[in-house]
Design a binder for this molecule. Structure first.
Ligand code: HEM
Length: 324
């Protein structure tokens, strides 16, 4: 018997904290059901288990072809599919995305999704290749419900023209904001993630003056300096969450622009990772319902949410343990 010992390896999160990349693919799929045939359903779930638990192998296969591409992939699992996996335990806050009927005719819609693959790299071809291989392995066990190719736009600007991502937490603050800790020990190192796909009306947005746009976002456009809010809270003000003890709660975002000018499609794919799902929910309620009620985020007058889905991103250890 080998009597050598190792210190227990610390829990390893997925690549939640991967640096902002120049390319990304956001792939959302549902897992097909074989309702009338439970044997087929079990086979479908087994296929998915095999693919997601071994995602690291696929990332290495594609990523090793150019290590400078820094390819990474986070797998998120939706609430309903977690139930289908039949695990004994469940992340304590995992829930479906609840639609928020907001003010001004704006709604945060809820749309289906069992699995999220958040693929990032410095090379779009690596993102493409990994997505292709994942889908080939999943075969007819899944249906693609959304597939968005994001790109980094000049100095990390969104298509509204503002630098996006500045106030993201880094280092230890990132872990505190985005990763589950001792409060849910079985799922420590995991993260909840919410995705929403927004389509912009750039013509209407472009008809505003720069000062009007800056008041909506809460930062200057050219040099990205934070502004004080006026009477009505800006996007920045609405998304600053301070609890009753004066503690500020943050999330980790990696929004990406996407678009097809020929189809007049211009968008922002919002992705937010959080240790506590309530923080994102609170942000969304302040954006859509307003604070005070009715004074919603004016970004929404120019941006329509067309998807909205919540997932749990387990640590690598939990993900690997899902192998059939
Ligand atoms: C149309 C979609 C969106 C666009 C174009 C957008 C754009 C921006 C921009 C330009 C900033 C300022 C720079 C920065 O700190 O990143 C910002 C800040 C922020 N956004 Fe968004 N955002 C969008 C949706 C959302 C959503 C849905 C949430 C949350 C559920 C959110 C949460 C935040 C937070 C937390 C900040 C930082 C606030 C601060 O502490 O200063 N954003 N966003």
């Amino acid at each position: 018997m080998d009597d050598r010992t190792w210190a227990r390896t610390p829990i390893e999160p997925q690549s939640v904290n991967a640096p902002l990349s120049t390319a990304a693919v956001f792939l959302v799929v549902t897992v097909n059901t074989g309702a009338a045939d439970s044997a087929r359903d079990a086979a479908t779930v087994a296929t998915v288990r095999d693919v997601i638990s071994d995602i690291g192998g696929l990332v290495r296969a594609v990523g090793f072809r150019d290590l400078n591409g820094h390819l990474s992939c986070n797998v998120g699992i939706g609430s309903d599919f977690w139930n289908r996996l039949g695990q004994a335990k469940r992340p304590s806050q995992l829930d479906t995305f609840h639609a928020i009927p907001g003010a001004g005719g704006h709604t945060a819609v809820s749309t289906p999704g069992d699995l999220l693959f958040h693929i990032r790299a410095e090379r779009p071809d690596q993102c493409f290749e990994l997505e292709r291989l994942i889908l080939a392995k999943l075969g007819d066990s899944v249906t693609v419900v959304d597939e968005t190719q994001g790109f980094r736009y000049f100095d990390s600007r969104d298509l509204l023209g503002f630098v996006d991502g500045t106030e993201n937490p880094t280092g230890q603050s990132m872990a505190e904001a985005a990763l589950i800790g001792d409060e849910d020990p079985d799922f420590a190192g995991g993260s909840y993630v919410v995705v929403q796909k927004y389509l912009h009306d750039l013509t209407a947005w472009g008809s505003l003056s720069t000062e009007q746009q800056e008041a909506i976002i809460g930062r200057t456009k050219a040099d990205n300096v934070e502004l004080d809010d006026g009477e009505r809270l800006s996007h920045k003000g609405l998304n600053t969450i301070v609890d009753e003890n004066g503690v500020e709660h943050d999330i980790l975002r990696d929004n990406m622009p996407f678009g097809r000018p020929g189809q007049k499609e211009f968008g922002t794919f919002f992705i937010g990772y959080s240790r506590d799902l309530w923080v994102i929910d609170h942000m969304l309620r302040r954006m859509f319902i307003g604070s005070p009620v009715g004074e919603y985020d004016r970004i929404l007058d120019f941006s329509k949410a067309v998807t909205g889905t919540t997932f749990f991103v387990p640590s690598n250890d939990v993900l690997e343990s899902l192998a059939g």
